[in-house]
Design a protein around this ligand. Structure first.
Ligand SMILES: *[C@@H]1O[C@H](CO)[C@@H](O)[C@H](O)[C@H]1NC(C)=O
Ligand SMILES: *[C@@H]1O[C@H](CO)[C@@H](O)[C@H](O)[C@H]1NC(C)=O
Length: 355
């Protein structure tokens, strides 16, 4: 069975967890190669121990893991699109970010682990994997109504449909993402990465929603079947961005095995919080060492007061206005059946670009 999937990203994923993250260099999102998982596993000779074993024994899952990692990186780019650091991944600067222990690193780890959880679970529900399927609900207690609505009276509830088996995706994400730590990383940094991986997985697992469907003659709803669905991945990204904004700084305890919050009277971070140990650079100027591309030439919003505003995004260097004209589809009409015909319009747009 041949499959499309981002082989380069895949190779990043496996290497990056075992070795220094220079392999992000290879990450060319958007250039999927046709390859089967087995040949990928053979190609990645540098895999060692646990991950090689996973690659050999579970090639189909490996390909879902790769999809998940890509889902995570894409979401990262969406969430950071208006920020100084925007999660641009196809350059060697990204690898630099991953070698640090700053908030941005925490976010990338968390969203990747979340993406893997999500993608593997999704593949189970779609019937794409032999190892898993819909959630087993037989042994479960009967569901409670999702909202204690008045219509709950006398309606029988059952688990049914196809619930997402998030437990399976969670375990696979754990196996792959936590398998082996990067070489040369201290215990403390490894602990931080593991914590953020788990925070990412929990951002999926703890936010399952219940969906139900009515059965019965003409919508009488004498029986309802319900199943568990994962949150949309956008929601996961939104939640992790909140955790990014409120991330906790930690340092290693004397025993080298515990993390303690930095600062007085700061409550210890819980399992869902993102943690970091080093302050981020300001990302204003390009800097090879910190993995900053700088914000020169970036589009900013001259009226916004938040991080997307020109003052903050351009680091007070100022900006220039530029008018761009581009062609757009417009006045589209639907012709029965089934063609959409559009005209081409010239659209003028004012852009603000950082100096
Ligand atoms: C992200 O930032 C880089 C470097 O400043 C820039 O080249 C790129 O266009 C930005 N990407 C987006 C989607 O804005
Ligand atoms: C710029 O910021 C303003 C104010 O926050 C907002 O209403 C507007 O939609 C933004 N424009 C763009 C292009 O994002």
């Amino acid at each position: 069975r041949r499959q499309h999937y981002p082989a380069l990203l895949f190779s990043f994923l496996l290497h990056c967890l075992c070795f220094p993250c220079v392999f992000f260099n290879l990450l060319a999102v958007g250039s999927p190669l046709v390859m089967d998982p087995n040949s990928i596993c053979r190609k990645t000779k540098r895999l060692v121990g646990k991950q090689n074993e996973l690659c050999q024994t579970q090639p189909e899952i490996v390909s879902e893991v790769a999809k998940g990692a890509r889902l995570g990186v894409r979401e990262c780019q969406y969430q950071f699109r208006y920020r100084r650091w925007n999660c641009t991944s196809h350059n060697k600067y990204f690898g630099k970010i991953l070698q640090q222990d700053i908030r941005e690193t925490a976010f990338v780890y968390a969203i990747t682990a979340a993406g893997v959880t999500h993608a593997v679970t999704q593949a189970c529900s779609m019937g794409d994997l032999l190892q898993c399927g819909c959630e087993a609900t037989r042994s479960r207690a009967p569901p409670r109504p999702p909202s204690s609505s008045s219509s709950g009276e006398g309606v029988k509830w059952e688990w049914g449909g196809c619930g997402d088996d998030v437990e399976f995706g969670y375990e696979k994400s754990k196996q792959f993402m936590d398998a082996k730590r990067r070489r040369g990383k201290s215990d403390i940094r490894a602990l931080i990465d593991l914590h953020n991986n788990e925070a990412g997985r929990l951002a999926v697992k703890l936010y399952m929603r219940t969906e139900c469907k009515c059965h019965g003659l003409s919508g009488s709803c004498t029986l309802r079947t319900c199943w568990k669905k994962m949150p949309h991945f956008r929601e996961v990204g939104d939640r992790l961005l909140e955790r990014f904004n409120g991330a906790s700084k930690v340092m290693g305890g004397n025993d080298g095995k515990t993390l303690i919050p930095v600062g007085q009277n700061i409550k210890p971070p819980d399992k869902q919080d993102l943690i970091y140990s080093a302050d981020s650079p300001d990302f204003c100027l390009a800097n090879r060492k910190t993995g900053s591309l700088g914000t020169r030439g970036r589009m900013c919003n001259s009226t916004a007061m938040d991080v997307s505003g020109c003052d903050l995004l351009c680091c007070e260097r100022g900006y220039r206005e530029e008018t761009v004209v581009f062609e757009e589809n417009c006045l589209c009409r639907f012709h029965w059946c089934c063609v959409v015909q559009c005209k081409k319009c010239l659209v003028r747009k004012e852009l603000s670009l950082c100096h």
